[in-house]
Design a protein around this ligand. Sequence first.
Ligand code: ATP
Length: 354
Amino acid sequence: MSVTRDDVLAALKDIKDPASGQDIVSAGVVRALNVDGDAVRFVLEIAPSAAQAYEPVRADAEARVKALGVGTVSVVLTAHSKPSAPPDLKGARKAAPAGPEPVPGVDRLVAIASGKGGVGKSTVSANLACALAAEGRRVGLLDADVYGPSQPRMLGVSGRPASPDGKTILPMRNYGVTMMSIGLMTNEGQAVVWRGPMLMGALQQMLMQVQWGALDILLVDLPPGTGDVQMTLAQKARLDGAIVVSTPQDVALLDARKGIDMFNQLKTPIYGLIENMSTHICTNCGHEEHIFGHGGVAAEAEKLGVPLLAEIPLHLDIRKAADGGAPIVVSQPDSPQARVFRDLAKRLIADGIA
Ligand SMILES: Nc1ncnc2c1ncn2[C@@H]1O[C@H](COP(=O)(O)OP(=O)(O)OP(=O)(O)O)[C@@H](O)[C@H]1O
């Protein structure tokens, strides 16, 4: 069954906020609500010291939304002010600036977006970043997928980024890609409790307070959908354009269209679409089949008057490489699968996008 945003809010309104005595919706505790088909995600924004007290609230919220018949529910506790422990992500800048700002040192800021989850946006981002680096571009990758940051795993990066001055953060680096992920600021396998700025502020701070250095391009791997992170990115940072990843399935395309509409409203240029899982080539016999259909993204791109930038096959090696911490562009650079990403990188450079 499909649940609406209002259904979710109505269910959450029955839960009392321990701090204010109001319900958690009226008290402004429920933030970043994202209803994506059968999946519902939101955060509960609380005082940093109140994490334990709010765990029953979190569990109750999860249970109530689940009872609506939702497939997956993700509820994350976030803290809205800074702790005493480093890194101190606050303080380097005072009030939030009103309009979009350029990211210091970054020539081009490009979002990699998808309407629907699981279409391979992170896989595309990781491979594209590595392919651009292999072409000699100075490239950064910001993993802003707050609900499921996967770039540390895909790029084989672990550990906590250092903050020598307590104000700025030193990014990580692998395969020639400078990277930072919200996942590196949280403990793997633990419920995410933000011990720093609030979630949306975190995105702005990861853009502005990470020492990116001089970059030709910074790619931002966005969470799926059209939520607060996308809005924050477009409103706070000078975003040059967006690339939308979709599979050829109708349902993915429908969501991709919503994403495109959002970027149009935000006046962010769409550089083009990428069809992922476009065709499947059997690793045993070489037989080619179109598991999710084929050509849907090309038709959509034509309708929208934007280029189809790449058609990426569904291939076991792409998944294994991404899950193994060395994207296929790095681990098997001469394979036909890697070549698709390398051609994409060359095309973006030739078009002046990267
Ligand atoms: N072309 C491909 N061939 C084979 N496997 C792929 C391909 N693209 C993505 N995958 C696999 O599909 C899964 C989902 O991909 P990925 O995490 O990149 O998607 P996403 O859109 O970023 O998801 P999320 O919604 O979680 O952000 C991963 O296990 C990845 O390895």
